[in-house]
Design a protein around this ligand. Structure first.
Ligand SMILES: NC(=O)c1ccc[n+]([C@@H]2O[C@H](COP(=O)([O-])OP(=O)(O)OC[C@H]3O[C@@H](n4cnc5c(N)ncnc54)[C@H](O)[C@@H]3O)[C@@H](O)[C@H]2O)c1
Length: 392
């Protein structure tokens, strides 16, 4: 995709933000006293209070609007960053590309495979650049694990596992728009797209077939859809009660009927290079973290947490079999283990220097494809699904 569009002639990128609260705070990486390569010039949101806050916190001179056409029609925006909810990504990205803007779109790329393909097609037709916010690729422990695999120390990778524990599922995913399939398709996309992408990247192949089991085993229930925590007679005893008042739907009851995304997802994948992989996600765990394991013909690589990685070697008839290794990672400044400032810089490097970013839109589409077919499989009792290849 990037080869098609070539170098653009800019020395400063003027960025417009879609969706300013929550993840929209990434804007500060493109607009601050040190940043000489970009400015945030405008924002679009559906909530005026978030636009007001954005002007206070990011740029008081930025143009703000609740009208998307007005926003996309502006000639002081070279690139648009889409931080709105998942179900908006396709429509807003395609509209921005058609309006002649480059796009940074948050993950998951879209909530359907067809949606991702329409975005890739729009990028190709517009000649503009598209990047997807897979910031886990920029985390120190993931890059170190990739480097270890690429060094050959565990031999040829045959097996990839990820266990994903989430103890903030109630707070982040079951009190608002995330909890409904129409907005996200499945939490295999919203959360799992990161991990599926990491598995693809480190194992060196894309899933070609998937099967999955899962269900809504803790959240969900038969409370009415209009029940909000502050009005609930059980709020004092409820361990999931959301105390703070935020606009939109942050206090939806996690046990209401509208909640219909699975809170346990267990996915098996065959990759196109012969690697077998699994991804296990649970939203009511007591702790939070991702544990990746890669087993190769000469050893096993595992992260114990985000700051410690272990390599165990097995017999390989080489000097390597005598040394197991532990890597201790130093803390990095910036959100998501230092990944957020790095991905923001990579977006600018893509636009200003024509450097291909680590976060690749085709890979983002493949992660969504696995999540979509995994969700379908879960809902059809584990029926296997074949991942369609990208044909753009
Ligand atoms: N890469 C990461 O680490 C990471 C982390 C958090 C969120 N995200 C992604 O960022 C996106 C936003 O997530 P969030 O947690 O910030 O959500 P959020 O609900 O907290 O915030 C969404 C923002 O979009 C605005 N919005 C809502 N509907 C809109 C519409 N139709 N058009 C424009 N703006 C709209 C809201 O007013 C709000 O400002 C999601 O796609 C999520 O997957 C990525």
């Amino acid at each position: 995709l990037h080869d098609i569009v070539g170098v653009i002639n800019l020395d400063e990128v003027r960025i417009g933000i879609i969706g300013t609260a929550g993840r929209g705070t990434m804007a500060v990486h493109w607009h601050n006293d040190e940043q000489k390569r970009s400015r945030v010039t405008a924002a679009f949101d559906v909530h005026q209070e978030f636009l007001d806050k954005f002007r206070e916190e990011v740029n008081p001179k930025a143009y703000v609007t609740r009208d998307l056409d007005d926003f996309l029609g502006r000639d002081d925006i070279d690139a648009v960053a889409v931080f709105s909810p998942d179900f908006c990504h396709e429509e807003q990205t395609v509209a921005a590309l058609k309006a002649g803007k480059h796009v940074f779109c948050e993950k998951p790329m879209a909530i359907s495979i067809e949606g991702c393909d329409r975005m890739l097609q729009a990028a190709k037709e517009s000649g503009k650049k598209l990047m997807v916010g897979h910031n886990m690729r920029y985390m120190g422990f993931i890059r170190t694990m990739k480097e270890i695999i690429d060094s050959g120390v565990i031999g040829e990778v045959k097996s990839a596992w990820c266990r994903h524990f989430i103890n903030y599922g109630g707070r982040y995913y079951f009190h608002d728009w995330h909890a409904n399939r129409k907005n996200t398709t499945s939490l295999l996309l919203q959360k799992g797209a990161h991990d599926i992408d990491v598995i693809h990247w480190l194992a060196g192949g894309y899933a070609k077939e998937v099967t999955a089991f899962g269900g809504l085993d803790y959240y969900g229930g038969d409370k009415t859809d209009d029940l909000r925590c502050p009005d609930c007679p059980d709020r004092k005893a409820c361990v999931e009660a959301q105390a703070e008042v935020e606009p939109d739907r942050r206090q939806l009851c996690v046990f209401c009927r509208e909640v219909n995304v699975e809170d346990q997802n267990m996915l098996l994948m065959n990759l196109d290079n012969g690697v077998r992989a699994c991804y296990l996600q649970c939203h009511f765990a007591p702790d939070a973290g991702r544990n990746y394991t890669f087993i190769g013909t000469e050893g096993r690589l595992e992260n114990l947490n985000e700051s410690r990685i272990r390599v165990l070697t097995r017999r390989s008839n080489s000097w390597r079999e005598y040394s197991d290794r532990t890597y201790d990672l130093k803390p990095a400044a910036g959100g998501h283990g230092g990944a957020d400032p790095c991905i923001a810089e990579d977006f600018l490097d893509m636009l200003l220097k024509d450097i291909t970013p680590i976060a690749d839109p085709i890979a983002a589409r493949m992660a969504v494809a696995v999540g979509c077919l995994g969700a379908e499989s879960m809902r059809e009792g584990g029926m296997p699904g074949k991942i369609p290849v990208v044909d753009i």
